[in-house]
Ligand binder design. Sequence first.
Ligand code: FES
Length: 371
Amino acid sequence: MSSDPLVIFTPSGKRGNFPVGTPVLTAARQLGVDLDSVCGGRGICSKCQITPSYGEFSKHGVTVEDNALSEWNKVEQRYKDKRGLIDGRRLGCQATVQGDVVIDVPPESQVHRQVVRKRAEARDITMNPSTRLFYVEVEEPDMHKPSGDMERLIEALETQWDLKGVKTDLHILHVLQPVLRKGNWKVTVAVHLGDESHPPKIMHIWPGYYEGTVYGLAVDLGSTTIAAHLCDLKSGEVVASSGIMNPQIRFGEDLMSRVSYSMMNKGGDQEMTRAVREGMNALFTQIAAEAEIDKALIVDAVFVCNPVMHHLFLGIDPFELGQAPFALGTSNALALRASELDLNIHPAARVYLLPCIARPRRGGRRSSCPL
Ligand code: FES
């Protein structure tokens, strides 16, 4: 058992052991407790206010001593003198853990769900999905013409659909033979059509004629909210829209606070990358449930984000974005796989990130600052 003090947050009930001296804000972040911060722990914003509770808590099995948190410090006193602080409140970024403690996060210090949905504009769009479904009849194996099942499937795609140079992945080979036989050599194949640098690729295979569809996601990754629209790639219809608060808010409300958090905390960028990817997966689960579809049918996803969100989502330390000349890791569009970003959709799903554009300055000149 850990001998480090136990920290219990209410109303969430999240708890964990932390070494003596850990700031309450750090403990909250590590446990995923919604404790706000705009200034990144500099004692300026007061968004991190908490209320420690003292005495015996049989429900939690702890007794909280009067010295469970560090002493009231000068930063807190300065804030109280200038702006006022309700008696009993502490600043979570200043108070450190000294013993077992129960900490209430008042509603105004919690990160609330705010605007969680952005409307998808109805526009006339010419459908040109990158992944399409193809029904094919595959030649049966013949002792006198030895060839693999996959080779005959690829040949069928070429002769029946004029798809040339189709490739596949191991996950398709794992299911190919039973699917071909179950469908009596007739199958439906989802093929990503590729581009100048990528050949067409088989994404999924169903026995017989598959009447269903596959889906794509359009995701707006903002610093406050993440909004997603789920699109039927056959009909082009937006079948569900959903949104969540960006869980990185607990590391700082604005972009600069998040860059500062990563500069001031070793591994802070990785914490924020984990948080946004977890949030993204929660959103995808939510939107798939809303549309009553299997998440594994999502084969494409397009993301748009500002440079700091872009870097943190990709797992790139945004350090350079916090100082002149504000160099981006890359400003080009990226084509990746969902699995590279730990996204739980179709295992071979494609992910596109739009290019990053620096913000224009007033007067028409472009600023090199990406924030
Ligand atoms: S005062 Fe801003 S995080 Fe504590």
